[in-house]
Write a protein that binds this ligand. Sequence first.
Ligand SMILES: Nc1ncnc2c1ncn2[C@@H]1O[C@H](COP(=O)(O)OP(=O)(O)O)[C@@H](O)[C@H]1O
Ligand SMILES: [Mg+2]
Length: 583
Amino acid sequence: MAIFDFKDDEALGKVVAVDTATVVVRVDSLDRLRTIQVNRLTVLRSSKAGHHLIGLITRITRKIDEEGKSADTASETGDAALPENNLVRITLIGTFKDRDGEALNVFLRTLETVPDIDSFCFALDGKRLTAFMQVISNVAMEGPRLSLGRFTLDDDAEAFLNGNKLFQRHAVIVGSTGSGKSWTTARLLDQMAALPQANAILFDIHGEYKPLKGDAFRHIRIAGPKDVEKGSVLKDGVLYLPYWLLGYEAIVSLFVDRSDQNAPNQSMMITKNILEAKRAALTGSEHAAVLENFTIDSPVPFDLNTVLEELTNLNCQMEPGTRSGEKQGPYHGKFTRLISRLEAKRADRRLGFLFQPPKECMAMSWLEEMIHQLIAGRGAQSDKKGGIKIIDFSEVPSDVLPLMVSLLARAIFTTNQWTERSKRHPIALMCDEAHLYIPERAGADSSDAVSVEIFERIAKEGRKYGIGLVVISQRPAEVNRTVLSQCSNVIAMRLTNGDDQAVIKRLLPDSLGSFGDLLPVLDTGEALVVGDASLLPTRIRVAKPSQEPDSQTVSFWDRWNDSTPRADTKNAVSAWRQQSFQL
Ligand SMILES: Nc1ncnc2c1ncn2[C@@H]1O[C@H](COP(=O)(O)OP(=O)(O)O)[C@@H](O)[C@H]1O
Ligand SMILES: [Mg+2]
């Protein structure tokens, strides 16, 4: 049954001007004008029978009459001689067809026609809005259903996203702190968790997602100092990122101080020695085949001690002099700072996950095992559990965070690149607090730059290799623009900062006009959703996730009003000293 059974006398008014995608409607009745609002939906009759155009109200104006009095005063004084001339500007956003081939009630994001001058415009509300929203949902139902919540416009209509398009074309979830990003992320995870082959990695920077339980989830912690002491390994849910996984750029940014005048020599020599150490590890082993093509970036375990020894030798080397005695070798004293940096990092307890890996992490086969756990969907995991991997970085020092997150991202990207197309299983990378490791301003050659480079690559090419990005941030203005601009889906929660609003408004299609002005006034848990994955740009009230993340929102006043005191300084100081929460 056709849902748009409007009668002519219900019309708001008639079209007086038509542009490519905007129309202006004149509304003669002041009462009708008062019932409508900006950002609500309207229906316009199309020139084709059985077609309607759907529009979003972007502006409502009341014309001042010739004598300079507003039309309002005119009508109040009952002066019928002065005509109302109230205009409503509408952006057309799609076409609704009563029938499209076999299918009934179809909504398309395209405009095949525009309305004629004098055609009627109706407000979309009440039962018709409910019916329309259900159609929108049903359309999305053709693909796999991903239910985000309900439409603010109509509580009865469930809001679905297209799960294919959301991840294919990447997404951003933005909003000021406390606006509901983590809950929205948890809601997405909820929906994913129901799929038998779900596959995702969530970079959990603050350990917020620990409370998510169930067979769909696997919690993995980057090894903290205590784990290193205990020698916990992958099967205990503890992940090391041993130094031999670092690529050239990462090694240089970690060990070489660019401002040092010997930096070029240092980069060159450390590279040369690492290459040699890798070659030595491969020579005569069962992996000798790798020798022919390996590079400094190849993930081959090597002995860092031999590299350090070699650098130390060069740093002290003397060679026969021209006359009788000896003179200093070409690198004499040039590596002193490099060596001390290397030694300091290697001894740093907080970096144990990098430099003090247990023996099992020094085997070639460990990488396969580790990557498999990260990259395999639920059904392909050895225990048939945990397709959604939540990786807890909360004990990773912030200065190396970009390097470590990007190391994992690079490993996943590269593995998918080298997987035969038919065997590739798509994976979503969910990047919470993305501004921390995909920053807009990254110093050249810094660890930030290393991270930005790999995420830019994933944003641009990920789709080909079945990698979807979900960038989550409270400061979109501080997230790399190239990465953001590749995200075709925007889930924007309340944003109060002007710079952040500007960045997000730029991601919204121009035609939406003032839609973005809603950003600062959204309620907690409410989102503007625009993009490939939703047929209609809409305002959605995101449903509560079945398991809530640990949002760490502290109720100051209530706590201060508690009768029981609380303090735990002793443990806090111990944890600080030991750089670990596990005492
Ligand atoms: N969809 C929602 N429905 C109801 N309350 C919500 C919703 N989303 C968030 N909240 C409330 O807001 C708080 C902060 O949400 P959170 O997702 O942690 O914000 P963010 O990650 O953006 O800082 C939550 O503790 C919860 O009380
Ligand atoms: Mg959060």
